[in-house]
Ligand binder design. Structure first.
Ligand SMILES: NC(=O)C1=CN([C@@H]2O[C@H](COP(=O)(O)OP(=O)(O)OC[C@H]3O[C@@H](n4cnc5c(N)ncnc54)[C@H](OP(=O)(O)O)[C@@H]3O)[C@@H](O)[C@H]2O)C=CC1
Ligand SMILES: O=C([O-])CC(=O)C(=O)O
Length: 272
């Protein structure tokens, strides 16, 4: 059998907290992967951000990525998801989606992927244990409960808070600001709770999964607690995410994408 020799060409859509880390890691060298292109809206700003790379990728716009790449990582605002994903999927390629909340209002992308042989990959991102949740979903899951606690600055500006006139600046003790489903949270907390949607897609869906969100001035990390009850296993998980320069996004998010990409070309693949 022929060995795979051509490196997978990776594209990045969005050069924020996640995209920059991803670009630097790919540029430093990853087996079988090469950074080909980055979609930005301000080329001069991107040139300054990436000026220290050994090899400057092609700087393009969102529409330019599909042609230049085999795999595109979406790490942009969720509203851009269809514009980023559709052309990639129409070419039968892979899009790695971080704005997983936006998938719920763009489920037609799954049909596009199916029709053209493309793939939508949702990494574990800022969460943990989606391997166990996927495995449990092969049997019967009775319940999935998630409780998120974030420092105030990780929640400021969320649509849900604005729409409901909920003030969290200056609170001195934890306040529950939301109780509902990941489907509702994807609308009200588009940039804060993609993790809840990813969890729901791995398990029992965005309507049956339950979610509480707390604004918590006593924590300095984005903290997610998850409890799963299934016929195969009962499990509890917690992750405390150290924020990046974007207080809404944990450092582990970019590393989760890096691990996902590495696996695409690895001869040994560990984890579901
Ligand atoms: N699934 C998960 O576990 C997680 C998902 N996320 C999600 O991942 C995404 C990326 O997060 P993060 O890196 O922190 O976000 P940032 O806000 O730091 O970066 C987003 C980037 O997208 C860029 N952008 C905006 N519009 C365009 C456009 N038209 N063309 C090209 N680029 C554009 C912005 O550019 P500019 O600099 O010009 O404004 C910005 O650099 C977010 O949607 C976030 O909610 C985050 C954490 C965890
Ligand atoms: O889900 C998100 O978008 C971000 C998040 O909760 C985290 O980084 O902990």
């Amino acid at each position: 059998m022929q060995a795979q020799t051509r490196p997978l060409r990776i594209g990045i859509a969005g050069l924020g907290a996640v995209g920059k880390k991803l670009a630097e890691t790919l540029d430093a060298g990853m087996d079988g992967l090469v950074l080909s292109a980055v979609a930005v809206r301000d080329t001069a700003k991107a040139q300054a951000t990436l000026g220290h790379l050994k090899q400057m990728p092609v700087l393009t716009d969102i529409a330019g990525l599909a042609e230049l790449c085999d795999v595109v990582v979406e790490c942009a605002p969720g509203a851009l998801l269809p514009a980023i994903a559709r052309p990639v999927l129409e070419q039968g390629k892979t899009v790695v989606v971080l704005s997983s909340g936006a998938l719920l209002t763009n489920m037609d992308l799954i049909e596009v992927a199916k029709a053209h042989g493309g793939t939508i990959s949702v990494p574990t991102g800022a969460l943990l244990g989606l391997d166990a949740v996927c495995a449990a979903a092969e049997g019967e899951i009775q319940s999935v409960r998630m409780v998120t606690r974030k420092p105030v600055k990780g929640l400021l500006g969320a649509k849900y808070l604005v729409d409901n006139n909920i003030q969290i600046e200056g609170i001195t003790e934890p306040v529950q600001i939301f109780k509902g489903s990941p489907r509702e949270a994807a609308v009200g907390f588009a940039a804060n709770l993609n993790v809840a949607v990813a969890l729901s897609l791995a398990g029992i869906g965005p309507d049956r999964t339950t979610l509480e969100v707390w604004a918590d001035p006593t924590v300095d990390k984005n903290t997610h607690n998850i409890e799963v009850v299934s016929d195969a296993a009962l499990f509890s998980m917690q992750i405390q995410n150290i924020p990046t320069e974007n207080p809404k996004t944990g450092r582990i998010t970019a590393q989760s994408v890096i691990a996902t990409l590495r696996k695409m070309r690895a001869p040994l693949r560990v984890g579901t």
